[in-house]
Design a protein around this ligand. Sequence first.
Ligand SMILES: Nc1nc2c(ncn2[C@@H]2O[C@H](COP(=O)(O)OP(=O)(O)OP(=O)(O)O)[C@@H](O)[C@H]2O)c(=O)[nH]1
Ligand SMILES: [Mg+2]
Length: 191
Amino acid sequence: MPIKAVFIGSYSNVNQLPADNIPQFAFAGRSNVGKSTLLNRLVGHHKLARTSKTPGRTQTINFFLIDDRYYFVDLPGYGFAKAPEKARLNWGKLVDNYVNSVNNLCGFIFLLDSRREPNEMDMMMLNWLEEKGKKYVFVLTKADKISKSELLQKMRQIEKIFKVKPIPFSDIAGIGKAELLGWIESLVKSC
Ligand SMILES: Nc1nc2c(ncn2[C@@H]2O[C@H](COP(=O)(O)OP(=O)(O)OP(=O)(O)O)[C@@H](O)[C@H]2O)c(=O)[nH]1
Ligand SMILES: [Mg+2]
């Protein structure tokens, strides 16, 4: 059954963010990794967050109210190679300001593409999350694009580097949704 999900707003300035105490879960990761697709799949609404084959689709911080209980926050992706330098700097500032200005950020859903090696920006992002002291979970996206054995190997690699077990996800094969919703539920109660 689809979960109730309502688009609240797109923000390019953290001063405009909703000022309430509703817990927030932020989706972070490289541009085109599948953040908006994952968010849509979790709530069972195909077209809630806009997705695209072209990297750099989501450029603002987008808030969705889920079941009147918590927000999903779709962040702009990082590492978009064609983005001008100014846009890249703005990305860092916007996301850093976001984390510093909200006190009800419950956790980060950190996405990595199953087919790619974590890069320097992923490592920077992880260090930054650690610094901020936020809870996070890793999701390996597009798991349908590699074989089962490659996926297992990838999961072991990620666990070795980041010391936590990732959740494999595929929009096509329909895996990962229940496990990730379980993680969210386990945190929302204590947030
Ligand atoms: N095969 C496959 N394709 C996927 C999956 N998840 C996302 N995609 C595709 O990957 C592309 C990018 O997905 P988005 O959800 O727009 O990615 P994003 O991370 O929100 O991208 P930005 O907003 O640009 O940062 C789209 O063409 C999706 O259809 C998946 O699990 N399997
Ligand atoms: Mg997006």
